[in-house]
Design a protein around this ligand. Structure first.
Ligand code: KG4
Ligand code: ZN
Length: 338
């Protein structure tokens, strides 16, 4: 079954074709990140406009790349929540038009479910149940993946998402957008023990909080500037990266220990982080669990993950009517999704 996946929930316009939820036939993206960098972060209106400009060509490129015509596609899957609402709606409306004109089933996909499905593309042998940390620019969740379309949230951020914290710290350090890769690159030359940053206290065993950590960096940098002192950007980047990845890894490993999970995974943009991947590799080994990491090319937003999850949603009978709407927020385990 060939599924065309469309994703436009943030600043990347993406389309891809995936066969049977696991075989990647094409994966195309047009990103407005470089333009967003001019403003220090994503400007929703600019994202929406660029999606409108790029979506037809990106979809055409995905079909051409797969060597398939629209007639040979079996269903159109699209991210319908959560995300920047104007951006989400561009993809939803485009997918609806395409499905209607080609008389194909339409499948609405939850963005975080999509991030998790990127793991099936990298590891075709992986199947639920497993435990997954989903860390992106807008979300940080520890999720029990009970089945391909069944999820239970064990923990979540009570304030900023992990990616958001990377982006804000990058801005404080003058490193540009997107912040994750920029902080990581600067951190390579730094000492992760140079600055002692706090581990914020948070209610809920598997919840995380990054607002205090982000503010600690901001306060430290501002205070140093006021005193005319310099802050080593590589050292601060490395100290922040060390602290945040340590918190994420510890929470995921604690949840794995408590639930007896033998398969643990990471998904989302932050899953590309080298230090997080290394820390979890060591931690999983100690725990006797197998760690599954998504291919680096599939950590950030992409159409393939939406096509992959679209396949499982379709199998579960979750097709959408042409009245499908987009939503800025929606829980991964919302009852409306089952
Ligand atoms: O999943 P994603 O592409 O988009 C959302 O759904 O938000 O995640 C984007 C986030 C950004 O905040 C970005 O800074 C972060 O993922 N990110 C990273 C890395 N690459 C991207 N964070 C840490 N280390 C990285 N290497
Ligand atoms: Zn995402």
């Amino acid at each position: 079954m060939n599924i065309l996946g469309i994703e436009s929930s943030c600043d990347d316009t993406c389309a891809a074709v995936v066969r049977d939820g696991k075989v990647l036939l094409s994966n195309c993206v047009a990103s407005s990140a470089a333009e967003q960098d001019l403003y220090g972060g994503v400007v929703p209106e600019i994202a929406s406009r660029r999606h409108i400009e790029h979506i037809s060509q990106v979809t055409r490129a995905a079909l051409d790349g797969a060597g398939l015509s629209l007639a040979e596609i079996d269903a159109v899957a699209v991210t319908f929540a959560p995300g920047l609402i104007g951006a989400v709606l561009v993809g939803v409306n485009f997918a609806k038009g395409l499905a209607f004109s080609a008389q194909k089933p339409l499948v609405g996909v939850h963005h975080l479910r999509g991030h998790i499905a990127a793991l099936y593309l990298t590891h075709p042998d992986l199947a639920p149940p497993f435990l997954c940390l989903v860390a992106s620019g807008g979300h940080s969740h520890i999720v029990q993946v009970e089945d391909f379309t069944q999820f239970r949230v064990l923990g979540r951020t009570v304030d900023d998402a992990a990616g958001e914290a990377f982006d804000k710290v990058a801005r404080t350090l003058g490193l540009g957008y997107p912040g994750g890769p920029a902080v990581s690159a600067a951190a390579k030359q730094g000492d992760p023990r140079a600055y002692a940053l706090p581990t914020p206290h948070v209610e809920g065993k598997y919840n995380v909080s990054f607002s205090g950590l982000k503010t600690a960096v901001l306060n430290f940098v501002n205070r140093a500037r006021m005193k005319g002192e310099t802050v080593s950007v590589p050292d601060m980047a490395a100290s922040f990266e060390f602290r945040i990845t340590d918190i994420l890894a510890e929470k995921l490993l604690a949840a794995a220990r408590d639930t007896g999970a033998k398969k643990i995974c990471v998904a989302g943009g932050v899953a590309a982080n080298r230090v997080l991947r290394e820390t979890l590799t060591t931690g999983a080994k100690h725990l006797g669990a197998r760690l599954y990491l998504p291919d680096l090319s599939l950590c950030g937003d992409n159409g393939a993950m939406i096509a992959a999850q679209g396949y499982y949603e379709y199998q579960a009978g979750h097709t959408a009517a042409l009245s499908l709407n987009g939503y800025a927020t929606l829980d991964i385990d919302d009852p409306s999704l089952s």
